[in-house]
Ligand binder design. Sequence first.
Ligand SMILES: Nc1ncnc2c1ncn2[C@@H]1O[C@H](COP(=O)(O)OP(=O)(O)OP(=O)(O)O)[C@@H](O)[C@H]1O
Ligand SMILES: Cc1cn([C@H]2C[C@H](O)[C@@H](COP(=O)(O)O)O2)c(=O)[nH]c1=O
Length: 212
Amino acid sequence: MQGRFISFEGPDGAGKTSVISAIQEWLTQKYGKQAVLLTREPGGNRISEQIRQILFDDHNTNMDARTEALLFAAARRQHIVEDIEPALQAGKFVLSDRYVDSSVAYQGGGRHLGADDIWELNQFAIHGLLPDLTIYLDIPSELGLERISKHRQNQVNRLDREKLRFHQDVRNAYLTLAQRHQKRIQLIDASQPLPTVINMVQEMIQNRFNLE
Ligand SMILES: Nc1ncnc2c1ncn2[C@@H]1O[C@H](COP(=O)(O)OP(=O)(O)OP(=O)(O)O)[C@@H](O)[C@H]1O
Ligand SMILES: Cc1cn([C@H]2C[C@H](O)[C@@H](COP(=O)(O)O)O2)c(=O)[nH]c1=O
């Protein structure tokens, strides 16, 4: 049986990590541990995690925006081949904390490389593999950044530290993507309380895949 591929997207601090772990628990209770793969980008396997370290190294302040875009795409390719495709072939639910839309939003929007060029660049990496469903957690940039600075002071990465304008451009690019891919991308207002957001995401997954 072919599995189901669900990606979770959103600006920094939208609550993806919190929501995705609740969804993992919910699906695991329903279908068992073996039925669910929780993974993240950039990362998932040794090579992609090594690329992640380069991307988020605080010393790499001189990284060119196109180099950054290529590294995210390279980590994605390895993630697909080593983790996502095998899990889908085994019939699992694949829950990915970020996927191709992150590159379009952050490198295309935030870094101003252009959404279309970054989408095009990533076609080589994803080779046709798009999620069956993308949950986009939408949040005003100020609120997302406030959540991060309140709760995660010692885990802030190189991209979290970008200025407010960068995060606003990221959000606008996500909103454009959600308009363009209305069937695949489902938008949720992530400024609502966490239990409400989790319930809405569960309903979306239930409806999309006709789960009991
Ligand atoms: N709906 C919510 N209401 C209030 N606080 C929330 C909500 N969702 C998450 N948070 C809190 O905001 C902080 C950031 O959440 P989380 O790490 O889940 O976000 P994230 O989208 O994964 O961020 P990033 O992509 O930057 O890692 C956490 O401290 C979390 O407890
Ligand atoms: C996949 C991907 C990610 N990013 C950025 C977005 C975030 O700032 C970090 C990931 O941090 P998280 O806490 O693990 O969400 O990386 C990006 O700019 N481009 C991408 O393709």
